[in-house]
Write a protein that binds this ligand. Structure first.
Ligand code: IMP
Ligand code: MG
Length: 179
């Protein structure tokens, strides 16, 4: 299907299954080489990265650990009144080579916060693998070290990414139609 509707918005096919999967296997190939013998710990950021992670991990042939984390909003004393905290991390990350697995890096704010929280626990290294990257919107922190596909600034949905909670199950990526 090339056109879909989710809630009030319409979307058109942007990245097909084949393109998504080949870009992910390319990332896996590079990580297999870069992390051979290093036993990295993959931290997948839920919810959005679950489909990317599942595809990526099936192509890894190195010894590694795999785990899942989530950013939870809670009311804090931050000036915005809304602080995000990383939850679900049960592994010791000290002296480990950590690879954060993200669906998309847009402004970079989310991944920057995650990196900062993890750095407090003194891992040996931290790198980010992101299925998608929007260079036009990026403004803070490091660029992801491993990027599947660079995309324009438009809002997209599918392959884990949602519009208002919907569309994560789509096996291709769709771009919002400009009205
Ligand atoms: P950032 O903090 O601006 O880099 O945004 C990262 C988060 O915003 C991602 O983890 C996504 O959950 C969400 N996001 C950014 N762009 C899109 C998009 O085009 N579609 C769906 N979610 C997006
Ligand atoms: Mg996300």
């Amino acid at each position: 299907m090339d056109k879909i509707k989710i809630l009030d918005k319409s979307f058109s096919l942007f990245l097909d299954k084949k393109k998504i999967k080949s870009s992910i296997s390319e990332i896996a190939r590079t990580i297999n080489t870069d992390y051979s013998g290093k036993n990295p710990l993959f931290l997948t950021v839920l919810n959005g990265a679950f489909m990317f992670a599942s595809e990526l991990f099936q192509h890894l042939d190195i010894d590694c650990e795999i785990s899942f984390v989530k950013l939870a909003s809670y009311q804090g004393t931050d000036t915005t009144g809304n602080v995000k905290k990383l939850i679900g991390l049960n592994e010791q990350i000290k002296n480990k080579h950590v690879i954060i697995v993200e669906d998309i890096v847009d402004t970079g704010i989310t991944i920057d916060k995650i990196r900062a929280q993890l750095e407090q626990d003194k891992p040996a290294s931290i790198k980010v693998a992101s299925m998608l990257f929007k260079p036009g919107k990026f403004k803070v922190g490091h660029q992801p070290e491993y990027i599947g596909i660079e995309i324009p600034d438009d809002f997209i949905v599918g392959f884990g990414l949602d519009y208002d909670g919907r569309g994560r199950n789509l096996n291709q990526i769709y771009k919002i139609d400009n009205e």
